[in-house]
Design a binder for this molecule. Structure first.
Ligand code: NI
Length: 184
């Protein structure tokens, strides 16, 4: 296993559309996944897509802690997905903070679909077909965007809410509070 270098916003690898993986169970993919998990842990991230470590392949790893999962949502253990495809279900959108290891020290308020269908393969080559909601759905949309060369600031509709995490000590912007308020 190895800790890999993480590409930062502006590097061309992060703008590429990643290639599908032909054999999810190959030793190369197993090694890549192990390195991605180690790199994500070292960088204290919650998700990592292969293009972020200079591997232009459709592979993501992530987890969701109980604290981030939110009310009525279960935590998600460390998960590896090969060739994930997500499809929005319904029109509902929610706003929440996101950060990204490729956009260090910053956070932004990003609109995402609240419900999605996930189709993917496991590292054992088994198919997944599931309905995903809430913060888990947000993490998947963020990670799958990386596979299409998209970073979260490109999904924002108000760039005044793209800020340095450290500056949150001065308080959360009023606009952000309004967007984060649960809709009645
Ligand atoms: Ni990211």
């Amino acid at each position: 296993m190895a800790i890999l270098k993480i590409a930062r916003m502006g590097h061309p690898i992060l703008r590429q559309v990643a290639q599908p993986v032909e054999d999810a169970t190959s030793p190369e993919i197993r090694r890549l996944l192990a390195d991605m998990v180690e790199t994500m842990g070292d960088a204290d991230g919650t998700g990592l897509a292969a293009p972020q470590v200079y591997a232009p392949l459709r592979v993501v790893v992530y987890f969701v802690t109980e604290a981030r999962a939110g009310k009525d949502q279960a935590a998600v253990p460390l998960t590896s997905l090969i060739n994930p495809i997500i499809t929005p279900i319904g029109e509902e959108i929610a706003y929440d903070w996101e950060g990204c290891l490729s956009v260090p020290d910053m956070v932004g308020i990003v609109p995402r679909h609240t419900r999605i269908r996930l189709q993917a393969e496991t590292p054992e080559g088994k198919p997944i077909d599931a309905m995903i909601e809430g913060f888990h759905a947000r993490v998947l949309q963020h990670e799958c965007d990386h596979l299409d060369g998209i970073l979260y600031p490109q999904r924002m509709d108000d760039l005044s809410l793209l800020i340095f995490r450290e500056e949150l000590r001065h308080g959360v912007p009023e606009k952000a509070k309004r967007l984060l308020a649960p809709s009645a």
